[in-house]
Design a protein around this ligand. Sequence first.
Ligand SMILES: C[S@@+](CC[C@H](N)C(=O)[O-])C[C@H]1O[C@@H](n2cnc3c(N)ncnc32)[C@H](O)[C@@H]1O
Length: 283
Amino acid sequence: MRHDIRTELRGVLPEEALRLVPRAFDIIGSKQKAVAIIELPEELREYERQIAAALMRVHKNVVSVLAKESERTGEFRIRDLRLVAGDPDTEVVHKESGCLFKLDPRRVYFSPRESAERERIAAKVGDGESILVMFSGVGPFPICIAKRHERVRATAVEINPHAHNYCVENIHLNRVGDHVTAILGDVREICPNLGETFDRVLMPLPKGAHKFLDVAIPLLRDGGILHFYHWAPEPDLFSQAEELVAAAAEACGRRAEVLERVRVSQYSPRVWKIRVDARISAR
Ligand SMILES: C[S@@+](CC[C@H](N)C(=O)[O-])C[C@H]1O[C@@H](n2cnc3c(N)ncnc32)[C@H](O)[C@@H]1O
């Protein structure tokens, strides 16, 4: 039976340090090669090599252990990750429900915890839709959608060149090259010049997507669907997002009808990443 890293560290770390060892951490990669990303409190710094070694003994596919050194920051939404132990080459191929995502978590945004959200969105897509994925990262949304719907066409726009390059590679790895096109650049500059409108627009940038609603809304055909992500503090999770979407639609001479409100994940004790889906129609 596989035990957890606390059990593995019993007798190695003092009891009070053992209690601080996190039970949860992210593992990104495959059975062949994975990296673990762990949050270590300052008090565990002196034990971090033992903790990393225990983690690699318990999870034999983990070849590198990275410690979170900051929150996600900047335009690329990446955090500082410090190599605690293992292979300095932290590029992996993450396997997730029939898709492969090659990436290096030190260079790009990727969260293995969001696979259920990708599935939820893919399940909403109809055959033959044209979809714009803004802020597309290494391509998990468009690829997950294209793997499940043979006749969709998705355009993915991303500003981080590393993420864009991985997205291009991932499109080939997943054999969806006929259905997904990746474009490197700023959504604000690229999208208005695409020369087409879409059935569905995804905006998976909770910190700041609202600043791009004026770009997204005119690109939806009459009756098209917007998936808008936002960070929201408790207790009122949805009002601000709904107001932002309604005001942006109004400013574009359109009408927004909210279809669904979803708590996607908890960001901090009282702040959630939420999604509001809205149908955008002509006035
Ligand atoms: C929260 S991440 C989501 C990435 C991806 N959709 C996913 O789910 O893994 C947001 C992404 O938006 C990109 N981004 C931020 N501002 C952008 C902009 N103005 N134009 C294009 N991409 C942008 C960042 O580089 C980052 O990869």
